[in-house]
Every structure is written in C-alpha cells, then in structure tokens.
Design a protein around this ligand. Structure first.
Ligand SMILES: *[C@@H]1O[C@H](CO)[C@@H](O)[C@H](O)[C@H]1NC(C)=O
Ligand SMILES: *[C@@H]1O[C@H](CO)[C@@H](O)[C@H](O)[C@H]1NC(C)=O
Length: 673
C-alpha cells in the first residue's frame, strides 16, 4: 500500500528531525527561568507521542511485507521504545528542572560563600612567625620573598593584618614582567611617564622619600598626593625606584592572549629558589632610572579610543582565540544570551563572581557596558607596559594598587547623630542609589546610553513607561508551603515597583552625552534630583553599587555600614581576592535580569500575579547577616592599614622586579635587609 509507505517515509524522518531541533534548541535556552523551557517540554512530548502514534498506526496495517520497508522500519521495536523512553526522560527532566527549583539558589549560595570564605581565611594567614611566612611565600610563589620582607612582616603584624600569606593578586599582576628584563621595565616606565598625554604620571622613591615627577597635571594632583601619603609610612624600607601611575579610571594595558600566555610561561621558568640569595637590593639603583623632565616628550605608545567602542580592539584580546568573546557578534540585544549567563549563574542569580568577570564567554557585554560601548577616556596599549591602576576589567594587565580615593576618604563611612547608621532591621525598607550617567559617552544620535549598565539599572528600578519585558521572580511553588520548591513567575515591573520602594536616581544633570541623547535621557530618567549627603544613605537597607568608569569609590564605605550592598560590576580592584560575594555583599549580574528576583528575596513580596496569589517572605535574617559579615570583615581586612600593607608588599616586589640582580637577591632570614 503505497500511501502507507509514503506516510512512513515522511513521518518518521520528520519526527526525528523535529526531535533533534527541539532538543538542540531547548539545550541552548536551558536557562532555568525563561518560559520557553516548560512549553518546550510539552512540545517535545507532543511530538514524541505523534511520532509513536504514526509508527503504531503503520504497524497496524495488515498485509505489508516487512522486507520492503524502508530502513527506519526495520529497526527493532525495542530499540525504538528505548530511544523514546530516553527522550521522554530527557524532556521530563527539563520540564521539572525548569519550572520547579527545589531550593532557593540564594540559600545555597550564601551557605557556599561562608564555606569558601572560611577556606580562604584558613590559607590566607597560616604563618605565625617571620620564618614561617617566608617559607609559606616560597611554597606559594616558588621564589624567595623580596629583600625587606622582614620589615614588611613586622609592619603587617604590628598592624594586626589578618592576611599574611595570600597575596596572590600581586603575584598574578607581576608575574608576566619576570619575562622582561629589569632594564626594559625601567625604560618603559620612563617612556610612559615622560609624555603626560598618556595620563600616566611618575612617582620617584629616592632615599626613602616619595616625589611626584615634574610634568604632572594639576587636576590629578590630589591623587598623586594621596599615593605619596599612602607610601610615606613605609618608604624608608623601599629601594630607589620609579613607578608609573595611571590617573585615568580606565585600565590601559591589554596584551593579546597568546603573547601574555607566552610571557607567563617564560616568567615561570625564571624561578630561582635553589640559589642562596643576597638579602639586599643592588646599590646605585637611582642612576638607573632615566629622570622624567618637566618638558614632555612627544613619543606616544598608546592608542586613544575616546568615545569609541573598545570591546574588540582591547576588551576581548585577552581571551583565548576561538572563545565566544572573540568570535561572536551578538546583534539581538533584546534577548538574554543564555550561553553568556549560564556558566556563572544559578537561574537568574549570579553564582560565581570571579567567573562573571571573565568576559570570554560573554560576547554580549560588548553592548552592555559604557567602557566597551563608548569609552570616556581610554588610552591603552597592547604592549606590556608597567602601569599601576586602581581597577581593571578582564584581560587587562595593569598592576592593581589600592585606590587613593578610598585611602583619603573621598567618600567616607562616617555616620553621626544627624545621620545615624541604625541596625539593619530598623532601616528604611528601600533600595537606594544616587549617581551620574558617567559610565560612557552617548553621542551623535547613537543611543549608546541604552546599553550602559547604570542607565539600564535606573530603568529597571523605576517604573518608566515603555516596552519592558516582565521580570522573572522566584516564588514558592505553593504559596503556603515552601518545602514544595520554587517556581519562576513573570511579573510586570510596575507591579514590582508599586510594592517595593526603590529610590534610584540620577543626580544634578545628565552628563557625558550630547544632542538628542541628552534630552532623551532627561525625559526617561526624570526627575533628576539634587545631590544628597553621602552619610544620609545609612538610612536605607539596600544600597546599590553600579559600575561607572572604573573603581567604585563607595563600595568600601558601603561594606563598613549596617546596610546591605548590592553590586553589579565588571571592574575588579585590589581587594577582590579577600572579599567574598554572597558572604560580604550581594552580587548582581550586569544584565540586570536577576535584579528583581534578588531584591524580592531580601525584601519579600506579596500580591496577585495573573490571578494567583504569590508570596515570598522577606529574608531579613539573611540580609542582616551579609550586611554584618561585610561590616566586620571591612573593619578587619580593608582598613587603611590594609591598603598600606598591600602597597608595601607590592612595592617591595616591584623593587626586586626592577633590580638588575633580581635573581640573586631575596629575603633569607632575620629581620629585614
Ligand atoms: C567559579 O568558577 C571558577 C572557574 O570555573 C572555579 O574555579 C571556582 O571554584 C568557581 N567559584 C565558585 C564560587 O563557584
Ligand atoms: C523611606 O525612603 C523613601 C525614599 O527615600 C521615602 O519616600 C519614605 O518616606 C521613607 N520611609 C520612611 C518610613 O522613612
């Protein structure tokens, strides 16, 4: 019967094809939260059933000669059923996984964060004596500590540093420079600082005194002055040397992946543990540094990408070839890119703060951050120049140092009788943010501002009219019993903003824009408010910290307070190893897709959504615990003393790195030199 054979011939392969497409599509969008997943499961089940029905129907027709059947038909029935069962299992797995989550991810994340912080602490300061500290150093970094290590140890312990051994960030920042000769490092320091166009200014240390190189900019004077203040307490133990300080907020050294990996490998082979080192820096170091003169040179080693996109030229060059950030161009900014989020997320929540900073799996970031879309001040090089910066993003090779902004308390945690920092529970139940649109420049009708993180979060927090996708919030699947797991429910932003107060506003005026891009933002973000007192913020439970052009001036003060900081950022600073997300602060994905779900977890929500009652109790205990953990830790490990201790150790390393006899010198035993 030819019409039956036709059905078989067409139905079965079609069935197989649809299954394959469905599986691969669902695999791609395998995020726990978008609605596509559940209907995908249903759809797949439907397809499977119709396929099976077609097969059975065919089988039921009498009189067919089996030997004439097409290949598929010859497949034994049990194999067919096995495949179908597997398929059902798979489809069933998604449906359950996508719609009901057994635990709230934040509960798990805070628990894991505690474990990770304890583990960090355990290895961060195991040594109890100078000798042990030196041994721990050799063990970790496969090198002797630099000369002067004894003085550093004395300095750190007398100031009760809770961290003695773990300075891995210094090691990571400096490692590739070991593949360069000291002479080259010194001459590059001079090249970069001798032309102030680079916005990298020089500091000289001579005979235990710190001086600013003559050709400085007056506007950045405070920054250099405060670094001088930060170094002065321990300058007497530093060798003569110069260093190049980046006065811009943006990082400036992005060496392409292959080259930096090669440098790292070569640097690793320079370890010199077996020799007996001499415990002092070389004499006559001062003469080796070419002095920076007050009349600038014209020689430029950097590319200027002011107001231009930077993602492909500088952002992603640090990623391995073939990684999505280098190969993919995502144009559809409306849709959340699932593969960009998944590696560092649990559902809509940010689960891995360090992986979230790795842009290599996140090609969509090219359109989601001011630094990448249209930079404010961006001068950078692909060569390994030794530049000290306050913050950097993934793929940059700047050497991080504590921000002078924090050191001299430009934004200070200073509650008072008029601005008290009351206990978490007594605070105003509001999410608060004040700031400017400073992250990038929106110009020439390009509407760059729509991609920038600050603007997107302001938009997210306020009930601004216009097309807006619903927010996915995780609620107990059964309003009465949370033991039945949780389910993502889409809620409109206006319903969320109605029930939960946010006070997220642009201050004074829309900046860094021109033409129509300014007017549009003024209209969109109205009302623009007057600046408020920084100390006034301790009134609020939840404080938002959003990436701007670089380091965050407010994060450390936020951490010190009884309020709970929520942070969305690509920039990383000197403290990144020692502060643990979900233990000391609440991390947010830069895309903002988990913003409301995170907020609702801490603040709670009750209401009718789509005719159904949904309710999540506020998690004040959890919020308060993170706020207090952060506060306690900031008072122990992020004090001004800790900034000095970090910088002291960094500069001793810098002294060794720039010493012509760097493989022959090092700390052996006994205090200091
Ligand atoms: C984050 O991811 C990195 C790399 O995959 C992994 O080594 C690290 O343990 C993860 N951290 C957390 C908090 O899961
Ligand atoms: C909490 O703060 C919001 C926003 O600043 C304000 O409108 C509200 O009146 C405050 N509530 C209380 C109880 O102080």
């Amino acid at each position: 019967m030819s019409h039956v054979r036709l059905t078989t011939l067409t139905l079965l392969p079609t069935f197989a094809a649809i299954c394959t497409v469905t599986i691969s599509y669902a695999w791609e969008t395998r995020l726990a939260y978008p609605p596509t997943d559940s209907w995908m499961g249903v759809f797949a089940t439907f397809i499977a059933i119709s396929g099976l029905a077609a097969y059975l129907h065919f089988d039921a027709i009498p009189g067919e000669n089996l030997t004439n059947q097409p290949l598929l038909k010859k497949m034994p029935a049990w194999l067919y059923f096995l495949l179908l069962t597997l398929f059902f299992l798979r489809a069933g797995l998604w449906t359950t996984r996508s719609s009901v989550v057994p635990y709230h991810p934040v509960d798990t994340l805070t628990y894991e964060a505690q474990v990770r912080h304890d583990a960090y602490l355990e290895q961060a300061s195991t040594s109890k004596t100078l000798g042990q500290a030196a041994d721990a150093y050799r063990e970790r970094y496969k090198r002797h500590p630099p000369p002067g290590f004894g003085y550093w140890y004395e300095y750190a312990t007398s100031r009760n540093s809770v961290i003695i051994d773990d300075f891995d960030s210094i090691y990571r920042d400096l490692l590739p420079f070991y593949a360069m000769s000291p002479q080259l490092i010194r001459s590059r320091t001079w090249q970069i600082t001798s032309n102030p166009w680079h916005n990298v200014l020089g500091l000289s240390i001579r005979n235990g005194k710190v001086e600013i190189s003559p050709n400085d900019y007056i506007t950045h004077r405070w920054m250099l002055d405060s670094i001088v203040r930060m170094i002065t307490p321990f300058a007497q133990w530093l060798p003569d040397m110069d260093l190049a300080f980046n006065v811009d907020d943006e990082p400036s050294v992005a060496v392409p992946y292959d080259e930096i990996e090669d440098l790292r490998q070569r640097a690793l082979s320079t370890n010199t543990l077996d020799k007996f080192p001499e415990n002092s820096f070389s004499p006559n170091r001062a003469e080796q540094w070419t002095p920076v003169l007050s009349n600038p040179t014209e020689y430029r080693v950097m590319t200027d990408l002011y107001r231009q996109p930077t993602f492909y030229e500088f952002g992603s060059v640090g990623c391995p070839p073939g990684s999505p950030a280098r190969d993919q161009r995502l144009w559809d900014v409306q849709r959340v890119c699932a593969s960009c989020i998944e590696p560092h997320s649990k559902g809509v929540f940010l689960a891995n703060w360090s992986l979230a900073a790795d842009i290599c799996h996140q090609p969509d970031l090219a359109n989601l951050h001011g630094l990448y879309i249209s930079s404010v001040a961006f001068k950078a090089t692909h060569e390994l120049y030794p530049i000290f910066s306050q913050a950097k993003v993934h793929g940059f090779n700047d050497i991080l140092l504590p921000s002078p902004w924090n050191y001299i308390d430009k934004s200070k945690y200073g509650p008072s009788d008029t601005h008290p920092d009351v206990p978490y529970r007594n605070k105003n139940h509001t999410m608060f943010w004040r700031g400017s649109t400073s992250e990038g420049i929106s110009h020439d009708f390009a509407h760059h501002w729509k991609g920038m993180a600050r603007q997107r979060f302001i938009h997210l927090s306020n009930d601004i009219k216009g097309p807006s996708t619903p927010q996915y919030v995780l609620f107990p699947a059964d309003a009465a019993r949370s033991s039945l797991g949780y389910r993502y429910i889409p809620i409109s932003k206006s319903q969320l903003t109605d029930s939960f107060p946010t006070d997220v506003r642009v201050v004074e005026e829309i900046g860094r824009c021109n033409g129509i891009d300014c007017f549009q933002q003024e209209r969109e973000f109205a009302p623009i408010v007057q600046p408020s007192d920084f100390q006034d913020q301790w009134r609020y439970k939840l404080l938002l910290d959003l990436d701007g052009v670089g380091f965050s001036g407010r994060f450390l003060p936020f951490l010190s307070s009884h309020s709970l900081p929520l942070k969305a950022a690509l920039f990383r600073e000197w403290w990144d190893d020692r502060v643990t997300a979900w233990q000391h602060f609440v991390p947010l994905d830069l895309r903002g897709h988990g913003f409301w779900a995170t907020l609702v977890y801490f603040a709670g929500f009750e209401g009718k959504v789509g005719g159904k009652n949904v309710k999540l109790e506020p998690h004040d205990d959890q919020g308060e615990r993170i706020a207090e953990n952060g506060r306690e830790w900031a008072n122990k490990a992020l004090r001004k003393e800790d900034m000095e201790i970090y910088l002291f150790r960094l500069l001793l390393e810098w002294g060794r790195l720039t010493d012509d006899r760097r493989d022959e010198i090092g700390f052996v035993s006994g205090p200091g030199l």
